[in-house]
Unconditional design. Structure first.
Length: 289
């Protein structure tokens, strides 16, 4: 399994630097595409002149061009004609018309990367014809601040070198890893794709609990955010499994034990498991439509 990791992006630099990646085009310039563009520039992996984007929202394109100095074009065809790597960052419901527009324009010379949720690589291979090289990626929203988790899988004709390039691209906005079985992306969606929302709900509960226990909302929020960040850092940096770290802060008859007992009584862990499974099943259903 290949893996790539990179730290938080730094402030955008404007000094000249050596080009390290091929020209990358973005069909769609929404939040995730914008995060990738900014991450690639900030990480020094691409020059603004080597990035090109199209979008039906011309105001969005104008903002990208003004802020990041990338090239913008009027049509998706121009993106494919310009770039060696084409990232499909459009909504799944808009993908059919985009693929129809690009049939005969993209081909084996391109590496295609799709971040359209729930859309299998086979759809690209069928719709575009020929041996198109496609990677499917599932990033999550923390990529917007350079802390994302992205999982990639190869289509039938993508090479190991294509996968390595895809991992390098998504390492610009966090951590990136690959899987071999595309069916696993449904479970990835249920866990890391939807996972931030589960954490936000957990944070809501902790804040509300702090207020119920007598804290101000502002203090409860501050304590909650740092507690979640610190616990996540402990998991990442110590390499210890969650149950070990949990045991280290749980004394028999103590306050943590009292809180955990209440969570267990109310089925907290089982609810999380059910949430991931439910989101996975929904991803599977959407993929069949």
């Amino acid at each position: 399994m290949a893996r790539a990791r990179m730290g938080t992006p730094t402030k955008t630099r404007t000094s000249p630097r050596k080009k390290t990646l091929p020209t990358i085009g973005f069909v769609g310039a929404g939040n995730m595409a914008s995060a990738l563009i900014r991450g690639l520039i900030d990480a020094g992996l691409a020059l603004p002149s080597d990035l090109v984007a199209s979008d039906i929202d011309k105001a969005k394109l104008a903002t990208l061009k003004r802020q990041l100095k990338i090239r913008t074009v009027a049509s998706n065809r121009e993106v494919a004609e310009t770039a060696q790597v084409v990232v499909f960052a459009v909504k799944p419901q808009d993908l059919d018309s985009v693929l129809q527009e690009l049939r005969g324009v993209v081909g084996p010379r391109h590496l295609l990367i799709s971040i359209a949720a729930g859309v299998p690589t086979a759809k690209f291979e069928y719709s575009l014809g020929g041996e198109v090289r496609i990677l499917r990626a599932m990033p999550n929203t923390p990529a917007l601040i350079g802390k994302g988790m992205t999982v990639l899988v190869r289509g039938r004709f993508a090479t190991a070198a294509d996968l390595k390039l895809g991992l390098q691209i998504f390492s610009a906005v966090g951590d990136a890893v690959d899987v071999q079985d595309e069916r696993m992306l449904d479970a990835v969606t249920g866990l890391s794709g939807s996972g931030p929302a589960y954490v936000y709900l957990f944070a809501e509960g902790l804040i509300a609990g702090g207020v119920a226990a007598g804290l101000t909302a502002a203090l409860a929020a501050r304590l909650t955010f740092q507690t979640i960040a610190g616990a996540a850092a402990m998991l990442q940096q110590t390499g210890q499994p969650p149950e070990t770290l949990r045991a280290q802060v749980t004394s028999p008859g103590g306050t943590t034990m009292a809180g955990l007992s209440e969570l267990h009584r109310r089925g907290f862990k089982d609810a999380l498991i059910a949430a991931v499974v439910a989101a996975t099943r929904r991803s599977q259903e959407l993929g069949r439509k």
